[in-house]
Design a protein around this ligand. Structure first.
Ligand code: NAD
Length: 331
């Protein structure tokens, strides 16, 4: 099966014009066919007004999620947490599904949620849509992303799609998401994009803590952190956090640690995703030995004023790691 297909959609909707949503919409504005329009909505009206002013006639202001749905055959959502997603899809007055006659089997709508939320909420929204809207009038997918704000700006984010590799909509989903991202991975079925994203962030979060602890102990024993990073890279501990996002300042080029942990993936988002992953593990009966300790660590770092709002690898600072090591260690 071909992995791409022509994108014939002339009216696309996007709800949630925040840190991720805004650059994703801008990429769509640059890359969609010239006759396509994007209808956008956010509860923060200013974000909508600014973006519409930047792309007149291409990006148009909508007044609610329902208004976006009325005007669009494909609707993407990029919202903070489960309650926001629930409101946008299910609010009986203004939600996407609030007016079932907008949905017809003759021109089914594609609904795609890229927010990182829990799998149970996604499945319950899907169930609700299935019971409220006419049969065959829509398809609803989870499509969370990884790669952060820089990835959203440079269209290098990865999309984890909640569908099978044989899904008939996969070519269209791939074409659409490729305008905003680089790697598009179908994860097997409904809510499995989210399950993949949460397990990925659990792993990445645990590695960041382990890397911070290991660097801290090695440095306290007297080893230069650059040597430590080379040792891990050469040995069985090799990992992307150590190589590309090393939590110790001045060890690896491009790491947020080098500029006061600014940029990167906010520790508050890691706390949220880590908590969702722990919940999912509990729901599916997967035993975790590091879950509770990891969650406590990210909760602590999120509430610590030295770490708040910074890249999640600031966990090294939270654990008491030496940041001003140059001239003190390994020379
Ligand atoms: P954000 O808070 O910057 O943006 C979310 C937007 O949704 C805001 O503008 C907010 O006003 C809007 N919103 C909230 N409720 C709404 C409603 N009822 N109707 C319309 N708009 C509403 O968040 P973000 O950083 O863009 O993240 C969005 C999602 O992507 C989250 O689930 C996050 O976990 C995930 N994510 C974020 C990053 C990142 O680095 N920021 C990376 C990967 C995934």
């Amino acid at each position: 099966m071909s992995t791409t297909t022509a994108l014939e959609c002339k009216n696309l909707g996007f709800i949630g014009i925040g840190a991720m949503g805004r650059p994703m919409v801008e990429n769509l504005a640059h890359k969609l066919p010239t006759d396509a329009q994007i209808h956008i909505f956010d509860v923060l009206e200013q974000a909508v007004i600014e973006l519409c002013a930047q792309y007149p006639k291409r990006i148009l202001k909508a007044t609610s999620a329902r208004d976006v749905t009325e005007k669009s055959s494909i609707v993407l959502t990029m919202l903070p947490e489960s309650p926001h997603v629930r409101t946008v899809y299910l609010d009986p007055t203004d939600g996407i599904s609030s007016h079932p006659p907008l949905f017809t089997p003759s021109s089914p709508k594609l609904l795609i949620d890229s927010s990182t939320i829990d799998t149970a909420t996604h499945l319950s929204i899907k169930q609700h849509l299935t019971t409220t809207l006419p049969p065959s009038s829509f398809t609803f997918y989870d499509a969370p992303v990884s790669g952060g704000v820089p990835g959203a700006i440079n269209s290098t984010i990865a999309f984890f799609l909640g569908c099978a590799a044989t899904d008939p909509n996969l070519p269209l989903l791939t074409t659409l998401t490729s305008l905003m991202g680089k790697q598009i991975i179908p994860c097997g079925g409904a809510s499995l994009g989210l399950a993949a994203k949460l397990s990925n962030n659990y792993l990445s979060g645990v590695i960041a803590i382990a890397c911070s602890e290991a660097m801290n102990m090695g440095m306290r024993a007297g080893i230069d952190p650059r040597v430590l990073a080379d040792v891990y890279a050469a040995g069985t501990a090799q990992n992307a956090i150590c190589d590309r996002f090393n939590p110790v300042p001045g060890v690896r080029e491009g790491s947020p640690a080098n500029h006061g942990y600014r940029g990167g993936f906010r520790v508050q988002l890691m706390k949220k995703d880590f908590g969702l992953a722990v919940q999912m593990a509990e729901r599916v009966g997967a035993k975790l030995v590091l879950g509770e300790a990891g969650l406590k660590t990210y909760e602590g770092a999120s509430g610590d004023e030295r770490c708040e709002g910074l890249d999640s690898r600031v966990v090294y600072r939270y654990l008491g790691g030496e940041e001003e090591w140059e001239g003190k260690i390994g020379e």
